[in-house]
Design a protein around this ligand. Structure first.
Ligand code: UTP
Length: 289
C-alpha cells in the first residue's frame, strides 16, 4: 500500500520573461485561456486526482493568484441581486475548502528546485504532486489523475513524459530510459537541458510530477545546475537507484502557455472544445486561412 497522494505544490514564482511585456505586472499564471486563468486549470486538474492540500510558491507581483481563490463576497452579492445565477453558481462551484491553500514566498527566483525546496514544511514526510500551471493539459483523463494511478501501482516517483523532436531536447529535462511496461518507462538517469548530441533520449519531462519527500534533502544542498539555477531535475536524479522512478507516457496533449505560440494554440484548442464557442471560433478561423 503506497501512502495516499493528497498534497500538491504549484510553483508560480518565475519571472515569465518569455511573455513580457504581458507579465510585467500580471502573473503568467493569471493569463486566461478562454475564460479561466491557467492556475485554475491546474487546481481543477489536481482536485480531479484527489489532491486536497495546495501550496503555491509565490513571489513579487503574484498576489492576484491568491485573490483568485478567495471568496469575492461583494461580487457574489451583486451577482445575486442582479439575478445572474448561472455565473454565480459557476463561481461558487470553484470555491476551495477553507484552509486548503497555503502560500510560501520564494523571495528570489533561484530555480524550480529552489522553489520546491521552499515548500519543505508543507511537504513534510508525504508524497506530493507538482503541477507547473504554464503547462496546460488537454486530456480525456486529467494528466495528474493518470500519474496518481501510476503512482498507486508502482509507488515511488512518477513523472509525466513525452517525446519531442531530437533537436529540441536541449530545452527540457530528459530521461535515460530503462525497461518499458505499457506506458511506464523506468527512469535510469535524468539530465536537465543537455546538449542535443549528449541527450540520453528524446523523452522529456513535462510539468507534472509525483515525488517522494526525500527529494527535499537533495535540493537542500543548493547545487546549481543548468543556467546557474537550482534544478529540480538534479535533485530528482539523486533518487534514482534508491527509490522506484518511472516516466509515464501520458495520454493527451500539452500546451506550453509560457510561450506565445503555445498559448495562442491553447486558446484555439480549448475554445474548440467548448460547445458554446466552437461554431463561432470555427467560422472566424476560416477567415484566416
Ligand atoms: P519557467 O522555466 O517557465 O520560468 O519555470 P519562468 O520564469 O516562469 O518563465 P520564463 O522562462 O522566464 O518565460 C517553470 C515553472 O517554475 C516556476 C515558474 O513559475 C513556472 O511555473 N519557477 C521557476 C519558480 O517558481 N521559481 C523559480 O525560481 C523558477
Amino acid at each position: 500500500m503506497v501512502k495516499p497522494l493528497r498534497k500538491a505544490v504549484m510553483p508560480v514564482a518565475g519571472l515569465g520573461t518569455r511573455f513580457l511585456p504581458a507579465t510585467k505586472a500580471l502573473a503568467k499564471e493569471m493569463l486566461p485561456v478562454v475564460d479561466r486563468p491557467l492556475i485554475q486549470y491546474a487546481v481543477d486538474e489536481a482536485r480531479a486526482a484527489g489532491i486536497e492540500q495546495f501550496c503555491f510558491i509565490t513571489g513579487r507581483g503574484k498576489t492576484a493568484i491568491v485573490e483568485h481563490f478567495d471568496v469575492a463576497y461583494e461580487l457574489e452579492k451583486t451577482l445575486e441581486e442582479r439575478g445572474k445565477t448561472e455565473i454565480l453558481q459557476e463561481l461558487r462551484a470553484l470555491a476551495m475548502p477553507p484552509g486548503s491553500i497555503v502560500t510560501v514566498r520564494q523571495q528570489v527566483p533561484m530555480g524550480l528546485g529552489h522553489a520546491i525546496w521552499c515548500a519543505r514544511s508543507f511537504i513534510g514526510d508525504d508524497p506530493f504532486a507538482i503541477l507547473l500551471p504554464d503547462d496546460l493539459m488537454l486530456c480525456d483523463t486529467p494528466c495528474m489523475a493518470q500519474l496518481a494511478e501510476a503512482y498507486a501501482a508502482t509507488g515511488g516517483n512518477v513523472v509525466a513524459i513525452e517525446e519531442v523532436p531530437r533537436e529540441r531536447v536541449n530545452r527540457y529535462g530528459v530521461i535515460a530510459p530503462g525497461a518499458t511496461r505499457g506506458n511506464l518507462v523506468e527512469v535510469t538517469g535524468l539530465v536537465e537541458k543537455p546538449p542535443v548530441e549528449k541527450a540520453p533520449s528524446n523523452l522529456t519531462i513535462i510539468g507534472r510530477y509525483v515525488l517522494m519527500p526525500e527529494v527535499i534533502g537533495h535540493l537542500a544542498k543548493m547545487e546549481k545546475g543548468a543556467g546557474g539555477e537550482v534544478q529540480l531535475t538534479d535533485g530528482m536524479a539523486k533518487l534514482i537507484g534508491r527509490q522506484p522512478f518511472h516516466g509515464l507516457r501520458y495520454e493527451g496533449r500539452r500546451f506550453d502557455c509560457g510561450d506565445k505560440a503555445g498559448f495562442l494554440e491553447a486558446q484555439i484548442a480549448f475554445a474548440l472544445k467548448r460547445p458554446d464557442l466552437a461554431p463561432q471560433v470555427r467560422a472566424f478561423l476560416d477567415k484566416y486561412r
